[in-house]
Design a protein around this ligand. Sequence first.
Ligand code: FAD
Length: 455
Amino acid sequence: MTKTVAILGAGPVGLAAAAHVLERGMVPLILERGDAVGHAVKAWGHVPMFSNWRYNTDRAVTRRLEQTGWRAPDPEACPTGAELVAGYLDPLGHSLAPWLRLDRNVVAVSREGIGKAKDAGRATARFVIGTEGAAGEERHFADAVIDATGTWFQPNPGGAGRPVPGEAAHPHVSYGMPDVTGQDRARFAGKRVAVLGGGHSAIGTMIALSELPGTQAIWLCRAKAITRALGGGAADQLSARGALGTDMKRLVTNRDVRLESGFHLAAIEGVAPLAALAEDGRRIEVDELVIATGFRPDLSILQELRVTLDPALECPPALAPLIDPNQHSCGTVRPHGAAELSHPEPGFYIAGMKSYGRAPTFLMATGHEQVRSIVAAIAGDHVAAARVELVLPQTGVCSGPGRPVAKAASGCCGGPAQTRADACCVKYEVAKNSGETGCGCGTASVEPAKAAACC
Ligand SMILES: Cc1cc2nc3c(=O)[nH]c(=O)nc-3n(C[C@H](O)[C@H](O)[C@H](O)COP(=O)(O)OP(=O)(O)OC[C@H]3O[C@@H](n4cnc5c(N)ncnc54)[C@H](O)[C@@H]3O)c2cc1C
């Protein structure tokens, strides 16, 4: 019987999964809460991507689109989010229309006739996906589920995991990446604007603010030192990603952006202006505050499934050592697939931005590799599922366990350049060289040609 694979979310990774499902002769059921594909990407449509089309397109997708006469854009060019939607996701959405259900907000996933605690018959029971939308509640059935619902709609608050006093529903507090030079220009131009955060979203917003005449941008950075936030600069193999850090460093050095480092937001007082109060007593008075402290997954829809997640990052445990920002800043994450992304719930996977949980540094190219492998596993092709078919661009920096941030001239996170082609990480290499069986990260060894991508 032909398998039906439910794909939750019609973002770049969910849609790529659908293309792979069709190539494998299975039937996708794509459930999207928005009224169009790329609903989240549209929300950051004004943002220039730091990866070029080469890394933003999936091979099964381009095979599918080329059959419709679609021409691949210049692989070296970096699109904006809006260009990614117009030039790739929209045509893809059209070609997947028979299997796409828009305005279906997934509210719960479970197994048909079997509760979470029951074993018998679990592996063969269909999945039931509950959705809500303008057309009311619906139930959908599938043999496997790939949750690719991203994290965009769950921005982190300003405090340590919780909104600070005065933050909730504040009219002059915004999240993520407002379009400060476009549709939100009136709100920010000529104002004093503070940006809280240390990642690409915060940096991208401050660079945009610096283009607005008469606007004062203040960087509220939790870290005492900004080296890590600035990334690899010219050493970054994604030059646009490296340029984010280089531009930011110039703005801080030239005092075009005022830096308040070691700033832990404790409370927000007042409305217009508002005052951002730090735990150390600093008080920063501004007209607008942008909170860009990352995103988190919505796990509420998975409560009825047997899902195992890392207690800190809320990502699959096998992935955590590879992406843990406490350990790694390099963002060069070894490609991974079905093995790392599976859960005790048979036939269920989390892929895409959501698979990284609360960790930053997810790349679309990683998501494409994830779903290629996951769909192969669902189709029963375990050889293809275990194969790794991706080399990721290095960021040019690395800081492994116990090592300061340093230019990755020759090293890979936490040590000298690797010599063992089969090493999945430095710990593995050290363990193997001392006669042990491995590093215990539990992941399959990588293909020799791609060892350099391991981190
Ligand atoms: C501002 C920004 C810039 C980025 N730039 C880059 C870059 O340059 N290069 C790069 O490689 N990566 C970049 N990323 C990271 C990442 O690749 C993107 O976030 C990408 O869109 C992730 O794709 P996704 O399909 O996993 O998730 P999303 O694009 O977030 O798609 C998830 C989809 O699921 C839908 N959804 C959510 N909840 C539900 C629900 N309950 N029911 C049904 N549907 C739901 C959403 O509406 C959305 O359409 C960037 C991320 C951000 C936020």
